[in-house]
Design a protein around this ligand. Structure first.
Ligand code: ZN
Length: 195
């Protein structure tokens, strides 16, 4: 599979189709660079991007933001994943980050929505995905999409309460998957949750 410049435009259309009720448009503009795997690695090295994968990453610090995509990626869904980051970016501070400077919570949520629109198998961020899925089981997808696409942190805070959210978020970002799971396990599905 080889990706051509402009692939992100089709992805935006598909995101609008799947999540249209929640994401009227992507207002976070970005410049996409379709490069080979070495190009992704070089850019990540130069930019000090801890969240980079061989498939791609978003450079959040440049203005406008830049997205590096491995145009020869073997993994389906790379453009979808990186583009979904741009839709959810406004809550990056709310999602926090781990000691490794990666927001494992943001990765999990982004991967959760990626897998909704990509049919091929994906293995990226398996543990993060699983944590996001556990959250979705409590909030319901509709609430989770409202939070993510409309930058409404209150949706999840109303559901979990701030202290529980903070604890869970920190466990996820520090990749303490066992305690993260325990944190949510005792809780009942939230008001207004529906699949
Ligand atoms: Zn990511």
């Amino acid at each position: 599979m080889s990706l051509a410049p402009g692939s992100e435009n089709d992805v935006d259309k598909r995101i609008a189709k799947f999540f249209g009720a929640y994401s009227p448009s992507r207002d976070m503009k970005a410049v996409y660079h379709y490069v080979d795997e070495d190009g992704v690695r070089d850019a990540a090295g130069k930019l000090g991007n801890a969240g980079a994968t061989p498939s791609g990453f978003v450079d959040y610090k440049s203005n406008p933001m830049a997205v590096y995509i491995n145009r020869n990626t073997k993994l389906e869904g790379t453009v979808e994943h990186e583009t979904l980051h741009l839709y959810g970016i406004k809550l990056l501070g709310f999602y926090g980050a781990g000691k490794d400077k990666v927001s494992h919570l943001f990765e999990g949520l982004t991967e959760y929505f990626t897998r909704k629109i990509v049919s091929g198998p994906r293995t990226s961020y398996a543990a993060e995905f699983s944590a996001a899925k556990q959250l979705a089981a409590l909030t319901g997808d509709a609430n989770l999409q409202t939070m993510f696409f409309q930058a409404k942190a209150s949706v999840v805070l109303d559901c979990l309460t701030q202290p529980v959210y903070n604890k869970w978020r920190d466990f996820v970002n520090d990749r303490n998957w066992g305690d993260a799971e325990k944190c949510l396990k005792a809780r009942k599905p939230c008001a207004g949750s529906k699949p």
